[in-house]
Ligand binder design. Structure first.
Ligand code: PMT
Length: 408
């Protein structure tokens, strides 16, 4: 029986960027599988890649000439590197060698493929493939962290026996696994067409050039919400206080430090989004004056007083917008009388929904990998029992989407 292949990638324009690794031989199959599903595939190869699979093979399977040189007048005359960069809906670097990843991380443009990565506004997905020791090398791992933080999807690697005989992480994912990730990348998701602005993490309120006031927020909850929403197709902008987390794929991130910075960034973006979720732990107060120089201990003074002034209430300012007001969701981090305080904030700040977070319980709330929330809105409430922050983020996004759609 002949199996019918779904045309899940019809009209999708994919640049397959092949790096110089043994896994390059899998790219002929990968190209065929993408084309079978309706994709238009253009192949760009590094010079090293041509040692592992010939441009003629890739031309034959893709149906188009292979681009491999930045300085080739004939190639530039047909489809130049900027045109390819603009043409692509998605760039997949496979195999992405340690060298290719390092060059992309450094922002180099010393061949056609890296130049294209700089010049495209399409997502550049990276399928690492290399010897396990090279993969574990500090430099490679640091490059991966940087790439993830910048929002590059990292697909793989798999672990197992390697061409060199080593065993460990560094095998490129199989073509069909990569095809599934490409399909997932293009799948619409139930939140396609919905835009969300999310705040996450703590704020830092400077006292002097080296000291600040802050809190225990890690950003994990806000990042989990952003990741869940983006995975389901929402357009997500994340305004983040200082945290040590990677940017989830397909999320636009704006970094801020203080509550005033966060307020300004939110003000600039709120009207452009349909939903605003204030998950950040914003400092309620900041030092009234920031000392220009590091503050010194004074002989004979055993106490110091820092006077504080109130910060703007960011979520309340969004809820008070009169034009293009987004559906506004707040959090309430409480240690006692959780329902009473959360309902009070819902009403006082004029929110559409509040997520009460009992932060007095061990293993949930600030800087934990798990959380439990109780949602309150004017016409109802719902508990989200203890689960990973990823699960809670996903459930919360579903509840918000339902209430937002009902409010329209
Ligand atoms: O970051 P994690 O380590 O993952 O922890 C997650 C969390 C505990 C920080 C998160 O789940 C949470 O509860 N966030 C809200 C923390 C908080 O500041 O709560 P609050 O009750 O003080 O503030 C109420 C609401 O007003 C919040 O939506 C807050 O973002 C907002 N707010 C507060 C003060 C201010 N100046 N502007 C604001 O917008």
């Amino acid at each position: 029986m002949v199996q019918k292949i779904t045309q899940s990638l019809t009209g999708k324009r994919i640049v397959l960027g092949i790096g110089g690794g043994i896994a390059a031989y899998k790219c002929a199959d990968l190209t065929r599988r993408l084309i079978e599903r309706g994709a238009d595939v253009r192949v760009v190869m590094t010079h090293a890649a041509k040692e592992f699979i010939t441009p003629l093979t890739m031309q034959a399977v893709s149906g188009h000439p292979v681009a491999d040189s930045l300085l080739d007048p004939a190639a530039e005359a047909s489809m130049g590197h900027i045109e390819i960069a603009k043409w692509a809906d998605l760039v997949v670097l496979a195999p992405a060698t340690a060298d290719l990843m390092a060059r992309v991380t450094a922002g180099m443009g010393n061949d056609l493929l890296t130049t294209l990565c700089l010049a495209t506004d399409a997502t550049v997905a990276i399928a690492p493939a290399m010897n396990q020791q090279m993969y574990r090398a500090v430099a490679t791992q640091e490059n991966l962290v940087t790439l993830k933080r910048r929002g590059y999807p990292i697909w793989g690697p798999a672990s197992g026996e390697q061409a060199c005989g080593d065993v460990g992480p560094g095998r490129m994912l199989e073509p069909m696994q990569l095809v599934a990730l490409v399909e997932e990348h293009f799948s619409e998701g139930d939140l396609a067409g919905t835009s969300m602005l999310i705040t996450a993490g703590p704020t830092r309120e400077a006292i002097d050039p080296v000291r600040y006031l802050t809190n225990q927020s890690s950003g994990k909850m806000g990042y989990a919400i952003a990741q869940a929403a983006a995975k389901r197709g929402a357009k997500v902008t994340l305004i983040s206080g200082p945290v040590n987390l990677s940017t989830p794929a397909n999320v636009a991130r704006i970094d801020v430090e203080s509550a005033e910075d966060m307020h300004q960034a939110v003000q600039a973006h709120a009207a452009l989004h349909q939903i605003f979720i204030a998950c950040a732990a914003v400092a309620d107060f900041r030092p009234a004056h920031i000392a220009d120089q590091k503050m010194k201990k004074k002989d004979g003074h055993d106490e110091m007083t820092i006077s504080l002034v109130k910060n703007p209430d960011i979520v309340a300012s969004v809820a008070a917008m009169t034009a293009n007001r987004p559906f506004t969701v707040g959090f309430a981090a409480e240690t006692q009388d959780v329902e009473q305080y959360a309902r009070g904030k819902l009403a006082k700040k004029n929110l559409d929904l509040i997520c009460a977070n009992d932060v007095s319980c061990d293993g949930q709330g600030f800087n934990s990998d798990q959380n439990a929330l109780h949602l309150y809105w004017p016409a109802g409430d719902k508990p989200l029992p203890l689960a990973s922050k990823a699960d809670i983020g996903n459930q919360l996004v579903s509840e918000i989407a339902t209430l937002f759609n009902a409010s329209k």
